[in-house]
Design a protein around this ligand. Structure first.
Ligand SMILES: NC(=O)c1ccc[n+]([C@@H]2O[C@H](COP(=O)([O-])OP(=O)(O)OC[C@H]3O[C@@H](n4cnc5c(N)ncnc54)[C@H](O)[C@@H]3O)[C@@H](O)[C@H]2O)c1
Length: 442
């Protein structure tokens, strides 16, 4: 394919050289004349393992050249890869100035071309917040080009997952390829560009592709911060943190795994809150600052609060709650977030009925009974024996369980109670279009 790459920084230079190496005909574009001259001299404008040799090779073979002439580059390519910088503004917001400018320039060049050479596809590789492409860049492109995106010009978002330092190696062995496509034809162009590379290819809506990059980078930062904080606490407590992490990392069931990584309701139970509290307390006593660990419980509290706000926003007073124990398959109520939710709604004067098949007063023994008696003394009055009893009462229903008996009884559509979904019901996708359904994080 004939490819133009806008921005010859770390991402653009590596993408341009590697695509040329794959057999594409590539022209790099940059506003910085020094970078353009360097590439045309067969030298890389960035320092990266193997990039020097690769640029020399592909420029020597004629597969890669550079220019500052946007028109010429667009005219001689069928796909443009936008790799310009998106730095932070002083207030933390994302600077989209370079993206806007380059999009306008590409659109104007395409307008001059007047459709000769077939449909062009613009692929954004820069990191940008969800909504940037469709709400900001597509309108700019359409205005300067004078056509419709997804019809007259292809648009896709293809975030970059390569690590500086090893990006040339990573290019030929990427962790994944993500293609956010405005229309299938736009996605086909991106897929063809990387044809032959290993790794799974995900074709998703444009905003999803934009968000995936943020999910990845936020998680990577969080992982490093977590490991460093844990290391500092371990050191203060005289424990070898690397030995701890060796065992931690070996657990592929609960630790390095998809477990606990689905957006949903707050966590609770008799262990996580208690153990986080005591770990943070131990760190504080040892004068070790652990802001990430110290904010896990406050973060959890926010999700509880959001559930209450969803109920408040309905303006209705008769509330049904399905689920009470801290997770499915147990009657353990200690520090259950659903108990906390019930207690707060009760405290706010909501007329509440609760059903949880696993919980019945007769089975509340020992620690559990004591917990209920201190935390939710009116539980007995609020508990309903059947699903129907709750549904008959409720104007708004909080679903905190995937108990099949509850799922099959939940009504659909207008006229029934508002359904506040805390568990992402199996039919959440379909329900999302219905009036009277609100999900927590979807
Ligand atoms: N560096 C990384 O490892 C990495 C990894 C993944 C994603 N990203 C993202 O990729 C994007 C680019 O990052 P980078 O590190 O390569 O940036 P960079 O600053 O190294 O390079 C950007 C280049 O774009 C050029 N440019 C600006 N306006 C232009 C225009 N109108 N026309 C042509 N060229 C123009 C600049 O002169 C510069 O050479 C950013 O959104 C970044 O967040 C970076």
């Amino acid at each position: 394919m004939r490819v133009s790459v806008f921005g010859l920084g770390y991402v653009g230079c590596v993408s341009a050289a590697c695509l040329a190496d794959m057999g594409h005909e590539v022209v790099g574009v940059d506003v910085n004349q020094v970078k353009v001259d360097l590439v045309n001299d067969g030298r890389a404008p960035v320092v990266e393992e193997r990039i020097g040799e690769l640029v020399a090779e592909v420029v020597g073979s004629g597969a890669l050249r550079a220019t500052d002439d946007v028109r010429e580059a667009v005219m001689n390519s069928e796909v443009s890869l936008v790799c310009v910088g998106t730095p932070s503004e002083p207030n933390g917001s994302l600077c989209t100035t370079y993206l806007e400018r380059v999009t306008e320039q590409i659109g104007a060049a395409l307008a001059e071309q007047g459709g000769r050479g077939g449909r062009h596809t613009v692929v954004f590789r820069s990191t940008m917040l969800p909504g940037t492409c469709l709400d900001l860049l597509v309108p700019i492109l359409e205005k300067s080009f004078g056509g419709t995106a997804g019809v007259d010009v292809g648009v896709a978002v293809n975030p970059e997952f390569l690590r500086e330092g090893t990006s040339v190696r990573d290019f030929s062995d990427p962790p994944k390829t993500v293609i956010g496509e405005l229309d299938p034809a736009s996605g086909d162009v991106v897929a063809a560009l990387y044809d032959g590379l290993p790794g799974e290819v995900f074709r998703v809506p444009v905003p999803t592709a934009e968000a995936i990059k943020y999910a990845d980078n936020a998680f990577h930062g969080l992982k490093i911060g977590f490991a460093n904080e844990l290391g500092a606490v371990c050191q203060a407590l005289g424990v070898d943190s690397h030995q701890v992490m060796d065992v931690f990392l070996a657990d592929r069931k609960l630790n390095i795994s998809p477990a606990y990584l689905r957006p949903g309701f707050a966590f609770g139970g008799s262990c996580l809150p208690k153990d986080l509290r005591s770990l943070v307390y131990a760190a504080q006593r040892a004068d070790v600052s652990v802001p990430i660990l110290a904010h896990v419980l406050p973060s959890n509290e926010e999700h509880l609060q959001r559930a209450i706000e969803l109920v408040e926003r309905t303006g209705r007073r008769k509330v049904g709650l399905f689920g009470l124990s801290f997770k499915p398959g147990t009657d353990d109520l200690r520090e259950s977030p659903l108990v906390e939710l019930a207690e707060r709604l009760f405290g706010k004067g909501y007329d509440l009925r609760i059903h949880d098949a696993n919980v019945s007063l007769s089975r509340l023994l020992g620690a559990n009974r004591e917990y209920i008696e201190t935390r939710l003394p009116h539980l007995a009055q609020l508990l309903a024996d059947s699903v129907d009893e709750v549904l008959e009462h409720a104007e708004v229903v909080l679903v905190g369980t995937k108990d099949p008996a509850v799922l099959s009884a939940l009504p659909h559509g207008a006229g029934g109670p508002v359904i506040v979904d805390l568990v992402r019901l199996p039919d959440a996708e379909a329900r999302r279009a219905e009036p009277g359904y609100v999900g927590l994080a979807w």
